[in-house]
Design a protein around this ligand. Structure first.
Ligand SMILES: [Zn+2]
Length: 95
């Protein structure tokens, strides 16, 4: 099984519906519309969790709020956006 991003596919299909685009055609629009309809009816197999790093100010490490794993969360000055253990997207609020 190959997993794809539903959001990315929807965005591409929405572009097919845009009549201002040079490559627009009626058939393409109808096909995209039907595909969007089908996509909406598909079951969600796995929904990515959203979390945040519980940071430790004295060290460049953090604990994932979802799975609890302790991770070196910085690569250079950038903070990791995904937990390498559970795959959670780390864009949540760390209150
Ligand atoms: Zn995690």
């Amino acid at each position: 099984m190959e997993l794809i991003s539903k959001d990315a596919l929807e965005a591409k299909l929405m572009l097919c519906m845009d009549m201002n685009r040079a490559d627009w055609s009626y058939n393409k629009m109808i096909m995209a519309n039907k595909m969007l309809e089908i996509l909406d009816q598909e079951p969600i197999i796995e929904e990515r969790k959203h979390g945040y790093w519980i940071e430790h100010p004295e060290h460049p490490i953090g604990d994932c709020c979802i799975c609890g794993e302790r991770v070196p969360i910085y690569s250079g000055s950038k903070k990791y956006k995904i937990c390498p253990y559970c795959g959670a997207i780390m864009d949540g609020d760390s209150k």
